[in-house]
Each structure stands twice: as C-alpha cells, then as structure tokens.
Design a protein around this ligand. Structure first.
Ligand code: DAT
Ligand code: MG
Length: 155
C-alpha cells in the first residue's frame, strides 16, 4: 500500500460551529485517515494573501483573503492511501450550490454557506500537498516522518 499525505483545513466558517467541527473530525476518523498533525491557528491577512497568491486578480480574491483571516482555523496533516483524492472527494466541488446538485452528501454541500465560505480546504496534488504542509507546519519534514513515525502507525 502506498501511503500519501494531504493537508486538510477546516475554515473559519466551520470552526465557528462546534457541532460542525465535531462532525468533520469524526468524518476524518470514519474514513480511515490517520491524523499525523493537527493544530488550531489564526492567519494574519498576509498569510492568507500568500497562501492564495495563485488566485490574486480573481474577482473573489479580496473576499477570500479576508474570510480566511477572519477567525480560527484547524489544520490537519492526514495520512491514507490516496489521501489527496479521497479528501477532495469527501469535500465535494468548490462551489457549494453546485455541490448541492452534483454531490449532495459532500461536506461542502451539507455545511457550506457560499462559494467562498465553503467549510474546508484540501490539497489538489502531491506538489501542493508538500508545499501546503510546509506552509502550515514548517517543522514537519515528510521524509523524516515517513522514516521514523510512519512505521509506528502501522503497528
Ligand atoms: P478549492 O478550494 O476547491 O481547491 P480553488 O483552489 O479553485 O478551490 O479556490 C480556492 C478557494 O477560493 C475556494 O475554496 C473558495 C474560493 N473561491 C474559488 N472560486 C470561487 C468563486 N467563483 N467565488 C467565490 N469564491 C471562490
Ligand atoms: Mg485549490
């Protein structure tokens, strides 16, 4: 089996609702993810701008940046076979109102408020997972973890 890491984030809209947080945490466990790292944090506006730099210039960028630095978030490093695709599948499509039609059981369909306040983030490729994990967890080194900690998860 090939273990893969992804970054999952519960965004400020979902963190504001304790029951939603609890449901999302349970969903992670129910779907056989191992929680490798977890922390609560609040972004400065600059963190938000940097993380979403690829979207600068888009019409929703200011709204997105403001929202993501508006309150506490919870970030996870998750491990699983096919973790990236699996977590994105659970989240559903970016746009909440589309998700409600195409994927009504997804997290975004069930809990999302708007296309911006859409509850969760998940890395979209191994390269972005690597970059995003380092962004949220600068002390986390994937190679070290694979060598030293991953074997402990197996037993
Ligand atoms: P995803 O979060 O599914 O990877 P993305 O990377 O395209 O989606 O966009 C990042 C975030 O930006 C997304 O979670 C919410 C916001 N966003 C994207 N498209 C949007 C839109 N059309 N209107 C409002 N917010 C949008
Ligand atoms: Mg994205």
């Amino acid at each position: 089996r090939v273990l893969q890491l992804t970054l999952a984030v519960i965004k400020p809209d979902a963190v504001a609702h304790p029951l939603m947080m609890e449901a999302l945490h349970q969903k992670i466990l129910d779907n056989d993810f191992k929680i490798v790292r977890c922390k609560d944090l609040v972004w400065e506006r600059q963190d938000s701008e940097k993380f979403y730099a690829e979207h600068s210039g888009r019409f929703f960028y200011q709204r997105l940046v403001e929202f993501m630095s508006s309150g506490p978030m919870r970030a996870y490093v998750l491990a699983r076979e096919d973790a990236i695709r699996h977590w994105r599948g659970l989240m559903g499509p970016t746009k909440v109102f589309r998700a409600r039609y195409t994927d009504p059981n997804s997290i975004r369909a069930q809990f999302g408020l708007t296309d911006t306040r859409n509850t969760t983030h998940g890395s979209d490729s191994p390269e972005s997972a690597q970059r995003e994990i380092s962004f949220f967890f600068p002390d986390f080194h994937t190679a070290d973890w694979m060598e030293k900690e991953e074997p402990l998860f197996r037993s």
